[in-house]
Design a protein around this ligand. Structure first.
Ligand SMILES: [Zn+2]
Length: 253
């Protein structure tokens, strides 16, 4: 019974805490649909997730799990070249190994989420270990980039009500996906690219892994093609919009 009450209390608090941010949003809601029209306008915009209103334009969120790894820098170069934003769900122990790379991800306007500390299946863990997997990663990321994530993705997509509640206690919303490329098993640049393009749809959240080198190689073609189809490549938070990523919530389902 206690376990039921605590998450609910946390959710109620979170709803109160997030209200001012939601109220503040309409003031900044004016999107810049013609971002390419004027370099001056682009330069004056914040480098973080260019203000795109995904309620009005076609958006997609590319997400990369399990880094930072040896191919992440190359992926960041590609994303920068195409002015695309993405979301990286980082593994805590790998952030401790490559903190500068985590810092670069954040500095270049991408979003960072918590993907646990040791990439274990969270529902199998007892409460203290489950909490530690998430909190240790929150701290590793905070040390690297100066702030704690608001999003988490459970390893393997394994989750349940207890995992969501533990995430909620740390101010985290759970993020799953609308399409997974299974890139780790395909291991083929062409096939991975084709799969992403087949899974692409408005407001889609696509799961990939930047620790798979063929995925990183597939991204230039993916970005060119998605842009040709009229997509804005945005972070998960930009895609979700206000109110959908409250602590303990699950997105997109
Ligand atoms: Zn993973």
């Amino acid at each position: 019974m206690i376990m039921v009450k605590r998450p609910l209390a946390a959710l109620a608090l979170a709803a109160v805490a997030s209200a001012p941010a939601a109220l503040a949003l309409p003031a900044q809601a004016s999107a810049a649909p013609a971002a390419s029209a004027s370099p001056a306008a682009a330069a004056s915009a914040k480098p973080a997730a260019a203000r795109v209103d995904c309620a009005k334009v076609k958006c997609i969120a590319l997400t990369f799990d399990d880094g930072p790894g040896p191919y992440t820098a190359r992926l960041l170069d590609t994303l920068k070249k195409h002015q695309a934003k993405a979301t990286f769900f980082l593994v805590g122990k790998r952030v401790e190994k490559r903190p500068k790379l985590a810092r670069r991800i954040a500095r270049e306007g991408h979003e960072i989420g918590n993907h646990s500390y040791g990439h274990r299946s969270l529902p199998a863990l007892p409460d203290p270990e489950l909490a530690e997997e998430l909190s240790r990663t929150q701290e590793a990321i905070r040390r690297a980039i100066g702030k704690r994530p608001r999003l988490m993705r459970p390893p393997y997509g394994h989750t349940d009500a207890r995992v969501r509640a533990a995430a909620g206690e740390l101010g985290l919303a759970q993020v799953l996906w609308t399409g997974t490329t299974l890139d780790w098993s395909l291991r083929d640049t062409r096939k991975i690219g084709d799969t992403v393009l087949r899974l692409a749809r408005p407001n889609g959240v696509i799961l990939m892994h930047d620790v798979v080198p063929q995925t990183v190689k597939a991204i230039p073609r993916v970005l060119r093609e998605l842009k040709k189809r009229g997509y804005h490549l945005v972070t998960v938070s930009a895609l979700a919009g206000p109110g959908r990523l409250a602590p303990g919530a699950s997105f997109p389902r």
